[in-house]
Design a protein around this ligand. Structure first.
Ligand code: ATP
Ligand code: MG
Length: 589
């Protein structure tokens, strides 16, 4: 059997490779299979349906499938599960490819279930010839009625005993487009009394006169997911077909199809693969289920995410509040942070709910180790140093990262008129407030200690703070180390660049927006304060940067130059995450 040459699986990011060997039940199965010589090499696939954008749950599956293949020297295909053309779109195909690449993975081959339409069809003919499939004329409602329930067996369709000849004729005419949508199905003949409803003569083909993005109008019939998926796996030589737990009950049908179609030992099907130029590495794949990723404070089904987009509740699939990979990316989440999350949550069969703060912790951890520090003031008030000449100007050397000297430093302009954060000043300081207040002192980071001499107000509104700078507290002076409780950041007003900053918060106010208590839906739990736009002042070095450049704005959080809207001369930054978890339960006083 010819084995096609495969590109070895690579990850784009060298940091992606795990430092320690991962231990979970799937990797254990793979290890055992390799040790027992069951497979020469491991082949996995990530099989999205192109009917929406990928979300962070998919990232778990991507990291697992591509990760297992890479760790065991195997390969992983990206396969579009495009068997339901009415919901699918090329826009999604492109976005999915972009997402997988961005996450740091490279597929061995790009495949589509639609590449195998002919194989599916011929396999169905084989099932009919073997008396294992029949054309059924029951309507959808009747099928439901005949199906039975969890406690009662179903009843055989009156069309179940059609002859092979009649079934072949009808199925070929279904394929020729002779019958209208919904009038007939092809069903596997299994067992209407099975305790597993998926085995009660499931439909494997239905009639749909719709165009397909890849095959156009060539097919008026389309295979059902359960039938198409296992054959696709077999055709691609997938050894471990990893999917989420909701498919556990479908596994017997998966195995039934694989065993009864038996591609490798069927010369005509085999020839068909060769004719179509397809991989002939056909194997008997094994389906293994793992639990989905669920995260609180968000929704994760494509249907609900689609509704948020279509109803204008978010600005699009890449709205930085969305749990889509496009949204997370625009928000400033890094590929490494999502891979870190996948490592942290691990793989098991136990359903669980991951805390949103775990996701936030991963991006903090990743960015802390690499994001350059910059000064920015988001809610400004003027601070004027009165004991320096009006035209005083200095360039102060500031390290780009407190722990990574190799990231160098930049000159930060300093002058007597500064912007500081409004809430770093309190006219009537609360107990324990250690920043600026009338008559009080604070350290201006990298400059020295200032005292607030006068508060300039317009009505009740503070517009400026007149301060003096203690010359003895400046760098190199004897008082430079003078103890003082508060240190604040600042930006020189004369040099500052104005920017729009978008301050994001969680999209939902409750941990479980999916719960439909008291007739409410997830729409009732949208967080009205999930986005706020503000005008900020940035030090010049933060402004003229490329989109997607990430920074820590000191004391404020991690920010990223918006992928869509940022320009060097009109900067737009998104807050990825604050420096600390503001949703954690407040410490008891
Ligand atoms: P959704 O239910 O969110 O609409 P889906 O399961 O319909 O998603 P597919 O395109 O069929 O989306 O999924 C592709 C792969 O990603 C499947 O193997 C699926 O099991 C996996 N997957 C989807 N959601 C999650 C999740 N939350 N956690 C882990 N894997 C997931
Ligand atoms: Mg699905």
């Amino acid at each position: 059997m010819p084995t096609p040459t495969k590109k070895p699986l690579r990850m784009n990011d060298p940091t992606a490779s795990p430092a320690t060997e991962k231990q979970d039940f799937i990797r254990q199965i793979v290890r055992d299979d390799l040790a027992a010589g069951r497979h020469a090499s491991i082949h996995t696939r990530f099989p999205p349906e192109p009917n929406g954008y990928l979300h962070i749950g998919h990232a778990k599956s991507i990291c697992l499938n591509f990760g297992v293949a890479a760790e065991f020297g195997g390969s992983c295909n990206l396969r579009f599960d495009d068997t339901n053309p009415s919901k699918e779109d090329i826009e999604y195909v492109e976005a999915i490819k972009d997402d997988v690449t961005w996450l740091g993975f490279e597929w061995s081959e790009l495949r589509h279930a639609s590449d195998y339409f002919e194989v599916f069809y011929r396999s169905a003919l084989k099932l009919i010839e073997d008396g294992k499939a029949f054309v059924c004329d029951l309507s959808a409602d009747e099928v439901r009625e005949y199906r039975g329930t969890l406690t009662e067996p179903g009843r055989n369709s009156p069309f179940r005993e059609r002859s092979v000849a009649e079934n072949l004729d009808l199925f070929q005419r279904m394929r020729a487009g002779e019958f209208p949508d919904g009038t007939r199905t092809l069903r596997a003949k299994i067992d209407m009394a099975s305790g597993n409803i998926n085995l009660r003569d499931p439909a494997i083909y239905r009639i749909r006169h719709v165009s397909h993005q890849n095959t156009g109008d060539a097919w008026p019939i389309y295979p059902m997911y359960d039938y198409a998926h296992c054959i696709s796996d077999a055709v691609e030589g997938i050894t471990h077909s990893l999917c989420t737990l909701e498919f556990e009950d479908h596994r017997p049908l998966y195995d039934w199809c694989i065993d009864n179609i038996d591609l490798p030992s069927h010369p005509r099907l085999w020839q068909n693969l060769v004719d179509a130029g397809l991989d002939t590495r056909v194997s008997k794949p094994r389906q293994i289920e793992f639990s989905r990723l669920n995260i609180n404070y968000t929704v994760m089904s494509k249907r609900k995410l689609m509704a948020l987009v279509q109803d204008g509740l978010v600005s699009g699939w890449d709205d930085p509040r969305m749990p889509t990979l496009q949204g997370l990316r625009r928000r400033g989440y890094t590929p490494a942070s999502l891979r870190l999350l996948a490592d942290r949550i691990g793989i098991s069969k136990q359903n669980s709910l991951t805390d949103y703060s775990l996701l936030e912790g991963c991006v903090r951890e990743d960015l802390d180790g690499k994001a350059v520090r910059r000064m920015a003031v988001v809610d400004p008030v003027k601070l004027v140093i009165t004991n320096l000449a009006q035209d005083h100007e200095e360039m102060l050397p500031f390290a780009n990262h407190p722990k990574l000297p190799e990231l160098g430093s930049r000159p930060l302009p300093f002058s007597p008129e500064l912007w500081i954060e409004r809430d770093d000043f309190m006219e009537f300081p609360a107990k324990g407030f250690h920043r600026l207040s009338p008559g009080g002192e604070v350290r201006l980071r990298g400059v020295g200690i200032v005292r607030c001499e006068e508060v300039v107000k317009e009505g009740e509104h503070v517009i400026a703070l007149q301060c003096t700078l203690d010359p003895e507290s400046r760098a190199g002076m004897p008082g430079a180390d003078r103890k003082i409780k508060g240190t604040i950041h600042w930006v020189s007003a004369r040099h500052a660049v104005q920017a729009e900053v978008r301050l994001y918060d969680r999209l939902f106010t409750v941990p479980d927006p999916d719960s439909e208590d008291e007739g409410k839906t997830y729409r009732d739990y949208l967080n009205p304060a999930s986005v706020r736009s503000a005008t900020a002042y940035l030090e010049p070095a933060a402004a003229d940067v490329a989109p997607e450049q990430a920074f820590q704005f000191e004391r404020l959080g991690y920010f990223v130059a918006d992928r869509r809207d940022h320009r060097g001369d009109a900067p737009v930054f998104n807050r990825t995450v604050t420096l600390r978890d503001s949703w954690a339960r407040p410490a008891t006083p």
